[in-house]
Design a protein around this ligand. Structure first.
Ligand SMILES: Cc1cc2nc3c(=O)[nH]c(=O)nc-3n(C[C@H](O)[C@H](O)[C@H](O)COP(=O)(O)OP(=O)(O)OC[C@H]3O[C@@H](n4cnc5c(N)ncnc54)[C@H](O)[C@@H]3O)c2cc1C
Length: 307
């Protein structure tokens, strides 16, 4: 991988060369790469336009809590969105929340100020940009129910407002971002309630999560989307395949929640990938079901030798 070719680029000042991408992934998995961390909108615009002009492959990363990064890294630039737009601004009847704001800090503010409805995101470890991109949510609801509109940076660096409609999202997916566009912020409905009640709901959701999910381990959350074709949840399918607790190297279908693949310590991307592929193959053969990964993949993967 030739990463040196970026060293004389006009955006080198906010790039980090030869870093381990595992530093930017919740899984703590991922090989070498070049990372750009723009610190404001202007830096984001300039890096974005240079990358496009020079046709450099790039990937947009939030907190990395839903991305499996290859052991061999990524031959391009990873644009980390955690610093470029961190505003939270109340503009009744809406609140604008920047893509770089963590879901955790949004919930802290919601709890302090009594903003209702965000509790459906309690425990989602990403940024608001990632939560919008993935239409993140829980049994209490999802991002698509909370949004009026989204500001998006287009390939030319221009920022446009997109009004959310019933067609803008589906389960864990958005339909409005074109390839390579960046979510800058979301305009959420403001529903003012009581701080104490909001805090109770958030705490209850976090407690439920602690009881049912292996949050003591590194993971990417749910590995597979729940299938639409049948009533079964993905964890039930994994159970029926007899794969709860199955390991490849140090990656394991969690004993606590079988739709989570946890990193027991130094698992490789290929270990996780191999478990995913095994489950997909078995589900197809045994139940004729196509399990669709919810986790996103960055880079190249092969089946692991640790099987
Ligand atoms: C322990 C754990 C629990 C989880 N629980 C849940 C849950 O309950 N519900 C749920 O829905 N998810 C859950 N997840 C998955 C994950 O946290 C969510 O999908 C989250 O919204 C991803 O946000 P992120 O900032 O980490 O995005 P990343 O993982 O960095 O990126 C995810 C995708 O969004 C894109 N993206 C990120 N930011 C932007 C941006 N600004 N503009 C354009 N595209 C962008 C990336 O390119 C990528 O395709 C869980 C994950 C873990 C590890």
């Amino acid at each position: 991988m030739n990463l040196d070719r970026f060293k004389n680029s006009p955006f080198k000042d906010f790039c980090k060369f030869n870093v381990q991408l595992s530093r930017y992934s919740y899984y703590k998995i991922g090989g070498p790469g070049v990372v750009a961390v723009p610190r404001n909108l202007d830096e984001m615009k300039s890096i974005f336009s240079e990358i496009k002009k020079n046709k450099i492959p790039f990937y947009i990363l939030g907190k990395g809590s839903n991305v499996l990064i290859s052991d061999s890294g990524f031959d391009g630039i990873v644009i980390v969105t955690s610093e470029f737009y961190s505003l939270i601004e109340v503009k009744p009847p809406f609140i604008e929340v920047g893509a770089s704001v963590t879901v955790r800090s949004l919930l802290r503010e919601a709890s302090k100020n009594g903003w209702e409805n965000f509790e459906c995101l309690a425990g989602v470890p990403g940024n608001v940009g990632g939560a919008i991109a993935m239409n993140a949510g829980t049994h209490l609801g999802e991002v698509s129910n909370l949004l009026d509109s989204v500001f998006v940076m287009q390939s030319c660096g221009e920022i446009n407002k997109i009004k959310i409609s019933s067609k803008s999202f589906s389960y864990r997916k958005n339909h409005f971002l074109k390839s390579g566009e960046i979510i800058v912020s979301g305009i959420f409905y403001l529903k003012e309630g009581h701080s104490k009640e909001v805090k109770i709901k958030i705490d209850e959701t976090l407690k439920r999560r602690k009881q049912t999910q292996p949050i003591e381990y590194l993971s990417c959350g749910s590995v597979f989307k729940n299938p639409k074709s049948i009533k079964k949840k993905s964890w039930e399918i994994i159970d029926e395949l007899g794969m709860r607790g199955e390991r490849v190297g140090n990656a394991q279908f969690s004993e606590k929640h079988s739709n989570f693949i946890v990193n027991l310590g130094n698992a490789t991307a290929n270990d996780v990938y191999t478990l995913i592929e095994k489950a997909k193959k078995k589900a197809q053969e045994k139940f004729n079901i196509s399990l669709e990964p919810e986790v996103q993949f960055l880079g190249k993967f092969t089946l692991s030798d640790n099987q």
